[in-house]
Design a protein around this ligand. Structure first.
Ligand code: SUG
Length: 448
């Protein structure tokens, strides 16, 4: 049976702004308070989806969330009508209003961890929504994420959904941003690779000194258990704490994998050789031949990687077996990175082509091409069971582009977030979106 990797990209929401909310994420902190352009952000994301679809890849779309999240503000004690809640928060606790307005759900690599049916004990595709416990503005995403994923992958015969892990830092889980899967073919059993930043219960593991490690070993292990993964099909590795302290807040800022290939920075992991050997032997047991492409620090520094987002790229398999790397424009702007990429594609290895995309609006908050997509490996039967409303087609691209043009503002500052009219605009837009994507009622304003 045929199988595919389907990339579901997060549609940027209408409140996209630069709130400076993510300590440890260099771009988020350095662009704090700048004015943003939600319309441009959404169109840049849609252009990437369309381009990948046109290249023949399977592409889907994941809906944004209701923002401002008035219900979240009510849980923090703000009361009255919706407009009063927003105005009171703006007056008394602007950072909380900004957090409740974040369009951060666009980075769907953090929406969930997904295990394909070939790896799981019950032969279904498993999803665990990420609790995103490290940052308040992200921790409010998972209830809606679960409803949206449930509406997209609704058939219980093929899809199993798990609620987010307990909402404490010891089970901090950031979803697919710290999870990669290696396989010979998408429909065959593979090796799931979980990368963690620290252990919450075992003090033998080192931890970063400056910035938080968002993903714990215990969270990764819990996800593997929930999904029914075999021990032989799982590898755990620790991120190098010193790169977290340099701004590598997720593994997908320093490594990317696809098929039988891991593309990574020399400083990305601890005990790299042991980890590579385990990946290689476990992949061999399911018929795969592991290959690693290491980028030496002498060619690209960790700082270059953080600024250019070289590794936050999409590594895609082409029909001839070679691979294509989708990188952000910032890679072309960094001389060392660009030179490295020219050498890489010219060397006759597996990565043969690089394509550049302008995703500046998202990049300025620390979200590159890989952050914007959630990969779901599906066989033909499973793909047919996905809600067809969320699969990208030329007409859907047209409707979404027009929808963005109709509803999105082209400038957003803190003052705009305090405008109660924004809430009404967003709800109107999202109500229409759920009809376009055939999701049913998924937002708090639709179900309460
Ligand atoms: O969680 N930025 C996101 C970026 C997530 C990128 N995802 C992956 N690497 N997979 C984060 O730090 C910034 C929001 C603000 O500052 O307005 C933010 O949430």
């Amino acid at each position: 049976m045929k199988s595919y990797e389907v990339n579901f990209d997060g549609l940027v929401g209408p409140t996209h702004n630069y709130g400076g909310l993510s300590y440890g994420n260099v771009a988020s902190q350095s662009n704090s308070q700048q004015s943003s352009n939600p319309k441009e952000a959404a169109l840049q994301g849609l252009a990437k989806m369309k381009a990948l679809m046109d290249m023949g890849f399977q592409q889907g779309v994941l809906a944004p969330q209701e923002r401002p999240d008035v219900a979240a503000l009510r849980r923090l004690g703000f009361a009255g009508s919706d407009a009063q809640v927003i105005q009171q928060a703006a007056k008394e606790a602007m950072p909380l209003l900004v957090a409740s307005c974040s369009a951060s759900s666009m980075w769907v690599a953090n929406a969930a961890t997904v295990s394909p049916s070939a790896d799981t004990a019950d032969g279904r595709v498993h999803f665990t929504a990420a609790n995103l416990n490290c940052k308040y503005h992200r921790s409010i995403e998972h209830p809606t994420t679960s409803r949206v994923l449930g509406a997209m992958f609704a058939n219980p015969q093929h899809f199993a959904h798990h609620a987010a892990l307990p909402a404490v830092a010891q089970f901090g889980d950031e979803g697919a941003a710290n999870h990669t899967r290696f396989c010979r073919a998408y429909g065959e059993a593979g090796v799931e690779f979980f990368v963690f930043g620290r252990s919450a219960f075992d003090t033998r593991y080192p931890a970063p000194q400056k910035y938080p490690a968002r993903q714990t070993l215990e969270a990764s292990q819990a996800v593997a258990r929930l999904h029914g993964l075999r021990e032989e099909g799982v590898v755990y590795a620790q991120q190098n704490p010193s790169v977290i302290d340099q701004g590598v807040f997720h593994n997908d800022v320093i490594a990317v994998g696809n098929g039988e290939v891991l593309f990574y920075h020399e400083d990305a992991f601890l005990e790299t050789d042991k980890m590579l050997a385990e990946l290689s032997s476990k992949l061999a047991k399911v018929g795969g031949k592991f290959q690693s492409v290491c980028v030496p620090r002498s060619a690209v520094t960790v700082d270059d990687a953080v600024r250019s987002y070289l590794f936050n790229s999409q590594l895609l398999s082409r029909p001839d077996g070679s691979m294509l790397l989708i990188v952000p424009e910032e890679c072309r702007g960094n001389e060392r990175v660009w030179q490295y990429l020219q050498g890489l594609t010219g060397a006759g290895g597996v990565i043969r082509e690089v394509k550049v995309f302008d995703l500046k609006q998202s990049m300025q908050n620390g979200g590159g091409p890989a952050c914007l997509r959630l990969r779901v490996a599906l066989n033909e039967t499973e793909l047919a069971a996905v809600n067809p409303g969320v699969i990208m087609t030329a007409p859907l691209y047209e409707s979404l582009t027009q929808w963005v043009e109709r509803h999105y503002r082209d400038r957003m500052t803190e003052n705009d977030l305090a405008d109660p009219q924004l809430l009404l605009e967003c709800r109107g837009a999202l109500d229409e979106l759920t009809q376009i994507l055939k999701l049913g009622a998924v937002y708090p304003f639709q179900i309460n």
